[in-house]
Design a protein. Structure first.
Lengths: 205, 179
């Protein structure tokens, strides 16, 4: 083979290999906006051994920790930079409901559960871009100040009576449950946390 | 044979690219965040206080709408940095983050002495320097630069006023010119 031939093969290997490396990286940390199909494939092909799943919720004990591996660090940097380590805070996130369907801003949901056992906790709704949902109500979270026992929280694009948080009108959204100074039972095993159930109710806009 | 060699090369490059991106992600995002926060504070080793997050808060992903913050980009390359503050009445903590995003230390109101937390942040080189030997606890940062983040829980208007009082006591300054 001529020198030119070797150069062509080397360049093509660089381009194809680089593209595959980038695509698999993005597949691990985002959905490419392709919805649930990529999410399901990603979880099947590239499961994260550090992620604990409790119903619709996921958490990682290594978030923010010096013990985290580079995959956990990358995930935390993209979805929850400046997370506290687990001695101070545990974070549970949900991007899907209990039936496995992705959370959609135009749909309505019921989140039911018990106030978690922690010194302080909050449950916050985030838009697709990982920032707070723009809504005239300026409601973004519920916390220990709103709920001390069993609760039923409504989520959806239109204002509802009672405990309600807006989800926006388009795209997906996610939920983040923060447990500051969680109880020793939860710290020992995060699956002991009574994470709320997330059910889609009614129709979508 | 040539195609097999090409395929092996492609897979090796793909693996290297994937791992390289994963490794670089927290460092690049932290670097950009430090740049943003330092610009807002007017430089490194300078605290900048903000009220609870709103839809306009876009410096860091998933901001908490229930917490006020004081952020400081520290740089201990030229000397240790003093970090201090008085806790607010509700939940309060200071998180220390290295350049690779690790939360390598946390202090809470339980660590306060006479209503105040005072810590010297240093690197492995200057942690034993005269500037660091102030009698205060010394925390060694794994990197020369990073972020110190004070969190103040804000439940209502009274807590917001208390958080503002506590934010005013937040200190983050270099000790290279003395304590």
């Amino acid at each position: 083979m001529s020198v030119l031939g070797w150069v062509r093969r080397a360049v093509s290997a660089l381009i194809v290999g680089g593209a595959i490396g980038w695509v698999t990286y993005e597949a691990r940390y985002s959905n490419f906006g392709l919805g649930d199909t990529v999410h399901v494939i990603r979880r099947a092909v590239m499961p994260d051994p550090h992620v604990l799943r409790i119903g619709a919720w996921t958490t990682t004990r290594a978030a923010g920790s010096a013990d985290a591996d580079m995959f956990t660090r990358a995930m935390v940097a993209r979805t929850g930079l400046l997370a506290l380590n687990q001695t101070e805070t545990l974070y549970f996130s949900a991007t899907h409901d209990d039936s496995g369907l992705p959370l959609e801003a135009r749909c309505r949901y019921e989140v039911t559960g018990e106030a978690p056992s922690a010194k302080w906790w909050s449950l916050t709704v985030y838009a697709d871009d990982q920032f707070l949902v723009a809504d005239p109500s300026h409601r973004h979270s519920i916390s220990l100040k709103d709920v001390t026992g069993p609760f039923k929280l409504l989520l959806g694009p239109d204002k509802r009576q009672g405990l309600w948080l807006p989800t926006g009108r388009a795209g997906g959204f996610s939920l983040l449950l923060r447990l500051y100074k969680p109880s020793s039972e939860i710290l020992k095993d995060p699956t002991n946390a009574s994470t709320p159930k997330i059910s889609r109710i009614g129709g979508c806009l | 044979m040539r195609f097999f060699l090409w395929l092996v090369t492609v897979l090796a490059i793909a693996a290297a690219t994937h791992v390289g991106l994963v490794y670089a992600t927290p460092r690049i995002i932290m670097s950009k965040t430090m740049e943003t926060l330092a610009a807002r504070a007017g430089g490194v080793n300078t605290p900048n206080s903000t009220p609870p997050a709103t839809v306009a808060s876009r410096a860091v992903v998933k901001p908490s709408p229930d917490l006020a913050h004081t952020a400081c980009v520290y740089d201990v390359s030229a000397g240790p940095v003093l970090v201090s503050g008085s806790p607010s009445m509700a939940y309060w903590s200071i998180g220390f983050y290295a350049a690779n995003s690790d939360n390598f230390h946390v202090v809470t109101s339980a660590d306060a002495v006479d209503g105040k937390v005072r810590i010297v942040l240093a690197n492995t080189v200057n942690s034993r320097s005269s500037a660091a030997t102030t009698g205060l606890p010394v925390i060694v940062s794994p990197s020369d630069r990073g972020i110190v983040l004070f969190r103040y829980l804000v439940l209502d208007a009274a807590a917001l006023a208390d958080a503002k009082r506590a934010q005013a006591t937040a200190v983050c300054r270099s000790l290279k010119d003395g304590p």
